[in-house]
Design a protein around this ligand. Sequence first.
Ligand code: IPD
Length: 262
Amino acid sequence: MGVTGLLDLADEAAGIAADFLLHRRPGDLQVESKSSATDAVTEMDRRSESLIVEHLLNRRGDDGVLGEEGGERRGSSGVRWVIDPLDGTVNYLYGLPMWAVSVAAERDGEVVAGVVRAPMLGVSWLAERGAGSWRRSASGDLQRNAVTTATDLAQALVATGFGYAAADRVRQAERLHRVIGSIRDIRRAGAAAIDLCWVADATVDGYFEEGTHHWDRAAAGLIATEAGAVVSDAAGGPPTDEMTVATSAALAPALRAMLAAT
Ligand code: IPD
């Protein structure tokens, strides 16, 4: 499918990791904490990242890598892989289906290809810069992604997420309290990459979240953008760790304005 080969390679690597996570989940999964007591990481996160990195570097040994679980490697080719080996770790722990493997390729600092695979949902999302965005079913059917056609924020279903630090999530919940009366409803699925892909395929009308990381949104941000979404920070600039907002061009000004007012 990919024009440059990077998309196909990302898809292969994400597929290997997704199969591993789906079929090799141990019964007695040991959980450790990262940034806070509720920020979980498991040996499955780390082994998933190792499988992805090994596959990518076996084929393209001069590339760089940035992975959530610590994989960082400078390359010399101009290509860097940005990996979230298990987005939605808490869902994975609880057996909830909203978790995904996310692999993006950057060329000279710009994301050019991205894949998000959510095997328990039976769906993958893929995009290549300038070439479009697709949703692929478990049977391999491809459908082009296109963002919501809704134009009224009051009728918009908006996804969001919470950070792991207690003080951050209390502040985020307070904002939610101020926002929820102005939209149709909120969804909190538990995986930022899936939230962004749901913006791409119009499963939800919009998404915002404070405190995500580059690996959460690298692949899914391109998937959303190529589907017609505006993916930005609170002011309409590029998305940052402080704030990511994603929705259609029609809804973006109103969603950003609502967030600014809260
Ligand atoms: C988390 C999930 C969650 C989001 C957090 C992320 P992880 O990623 O995407 O939905 O609210 O901001 O950190 O820890 O499961 O990879």
